[in-house]
Each structure stands twice: as structure tokens, then as C-alpha cells.
Ligand binder design. Structure first.
Ligand code: RIB
Length: 308
């Protein structure tokens, strides 16, 4: 199994369930507060590990009790932590999340220590890059750190998978080489100006526009509609299993982690999307980001049930 290195954020998620999301200026009543482990980077690392990958994670947590708790948690998940550092200046990252009765959410991230993921990357992160095959990135750490990671990864001949969330359109002007980008329709629209179509041919065209940014393969996630894969020579869609979502927080991260695991096992893009669609669907059936990420056995059982 080829190793996956996830470099990115770790947040404590503070989650409130509400009947409907508040509009600007509106006050609504919510549930009791729940705290979950979150952050797109750590979520994707936990997903990749639970789904059978050999995984390392690098990021920055605070020297507070949340940071200590988070480190212990990742250790218990059997994730390599060579690249994890502690900031004495910034608190552990935090995200405020509201989820409505339909499972739709809003998220505001206070990056805290994630913002201290600085360059130069340091020996431990460089060594972790050298020893991995797939480098999985998101946009919750400073852009300059991601630039340095991608340059180093390419120098070592590694494959870069980028989940550009939260979106930073300027980043793409640099045209850094990306093997696979995993993004949703809104993110596609931010980069190419088109992504709101329901028509697959139109989405494939916008996906191809994305490849002009030095990207080899675009995987477009479309929630209940499944996901599309777009390369220079091909564009195809893989449907998602039908579910009644309870909470979609972390579903995109589960998809990204699952996709990386499938590639690391030698699966092709179609098989990888099929596996990732099922893992993401299962994660939307429970509350919380990491608390809802399924194990590999659960995904295999779910796939089997769907086939019967
Ligand atoms: O993708 C979901 C994640 O986004 C949450 O866990 C939250 O921490 C934010 O990073």
C-alpha cells in the first residue's frame, strides 16, 4: 500500500443543530452544543486511515488542552504524526457550525494554530513528503505553505491531490502542477466561471477549462448526484447511492480521503469514485465530521447491500 500524507488543518468543531439556518440579522434557537474533532485536513487523514490507508498527518495545533486532546486522538486513530507541530502563540483551530433539519450546514473557521503552518516546511514535513506517494491538501492552512508543499512534492516525484476548500481563486493563477483536484460545483464555478449547470456536458466543458490551470484530472462532487471525473480525453459520471442525509459536515472530506485510499491501492478513477461515493454517503447519515466517518468494513457492507 502506498502511503498517503495529509497536510492541513485540525479544528475543534462547535456544532449546533437548528430547525432552519439563521438569516442575516435573525436569531434562531438551537440544540445543546456538541464538540467534535474536525478540520478538513485531519478529517481527510482520519477518513483515509479508517478506510484502510497507511496515513501520516502534518499540521499545527495549539499548546492548549484542545491541542493535546487532538494529538492523542490522532494517535489513537493510528495516524503517523511526524509532521504535527504545536504552536505556543496561537490556539487550536476552531469551527462554528450550524446544521438545519435537512442536514444543510454553515461553517465559519477560526484558523488559530493552523495559520502557523509556515515555510520553510522543516525537516520532518520534508521527510514525510519524501516517504509518501500521495500528498492530500486543502486550503485551511496558509497558501504559501501549500505552494511550498506542492513544489517539494513535485520535486520528489509525488502525486498531489488538492481539495480547494475554502476556495482561494488567486491560488490557481500560479498554475502549480496538480494531479487530481476534488471540488464541488460552487468551487468549479469560482475558478472557471461555470459550475451551476445541471447538464453533464456543460459541467464537463467547465471541468476541461479547469485543466488549463495545470491540473491533470478533475473530480467534481455533486452530492446526491454522485461525482464526475474529467480529464483531457474523458469525462464520465458515477452515481451516488440514495440516502436521507442527517448531517453532511465532513462528507466531502470523507470522499477525498476515500478517493486517495482507492488510488493508493491501485484502483482507477471510476472505481475510486464509486468507493468514495459510498463512504461519503455513509458519513452523511450521522452527526459530526470525524464521528461520522465510516470504517472500511462498514463501507464494504454498505456496497454489498446496495448490490443485493
Ligand atoms: O469539511 C468540514 C470541516 O470544515 C469541519 O470539520 C470544520 O472544521 C471545517 O474545517
Amino acid at each position: 500500500m502506498k502511503r498517503i500524507l495529509v497536510l492541513g488543518s485540525a479544528n475543534i468543531d462547535i456544532v449546533l443543530a437548528t430547525q432552519s439556518l439563521p438569516k442575516p440579522g435573525e436569531t434562531v434557537m438551537g440544540s445543546d452544543v456538541e464538540r467534535h474533532f474536525g478540520g478538513k485536513g485531519a478529517n481527510q487523514a482520519v477518513a483515509a486511515r479508517r478506510l484502510g490507508g497507511e496515513v501520516e498527518f502534518g499540521g499545527v495545533v495549539g499548546s492548549d488542552s484542545d491541542g493535546q486532546m487532538y494529538t492523542n486522538h490522532l494517535r489513537k486513530e493510528n495516524i503517523g504524526l511526524r509532521g504535527l507541530r504545536t504552536s505556543h502563540a496561537r490556539p487550536t483551530g476552531c469551527a462554528l457550525i450550524t446544521v438545519d433539519a435537512q442536514g444543510t450546514n454553515t461553517i465559519v473557521v477560526a484558523p488559530g494554530a493552523n495559520g502557523a503552518f509556515l515555510t520553510p516546511l522543516g525537516d520532518s514535513v520534508e521527510e514525510a513528503i519524501r516517504q509518501a506517494e500521495y500528498i492530500l491538501l486543502q486550503f485551511e492552512i496558509p497558501a504559501e505553505a501549500n505552494v511550498a508543499i506542492i513544489e517539494r512534492a513535485r520535486g520528489f516525484g509525488k502525486k498531489v491531490i488538492l481539495n480547494p476548500s475554502p476556495m482561494n481563486v488567486e491560488f490557481f493563477q500560479r498554475r502549480l502542477p496538480i494531479d487530481t483536484i476534488i471540488l464541488n460545483e460552487t468551487e468549479l464555478g469560482s475558478i472557471t466561471g461555470g459550475g451551476d449547470s445541471k447538464d453533464e456536458a456543460a459541467l464537463a466543458k467547465h471541468g476541461k477549462d479547469l485543466l488549463a490551470f495545470n491540473i491533470r484530472c478533475a473530480v467534481l462532487t455533486r452530492g446526491a448526484l454522485g461525482a464526475m471525473c474529467i480529464t483531457e480525453d474523458d469525462a464520465f459520471s458515477v452515481p451516488a447511492p440514495k440516502i436521507e442525509p442527517v448531517d453532511t459536515v465532513g462528507a466531502g472530506d470523507t470522499f477525498a480521503g476515500a478517493y486517495a485510499v482507492a488510488l493508493a491501492e491501485g484502483k482507477d478513477a471510476r472505481e475510486a469514485i464509486y468507493f468514495a461515493n459510498h463512504a461519503a454517503a455513509l458519513s452523511a447519515l450521522k452527526r459530526g465530521a470525524q464521528s461520522s466517518i465510516p470504517t472500511r468494513a462498514e463501507v464494504m457492507e454498505f456496497i454489498q447491500k446496495q448490490r443485493n
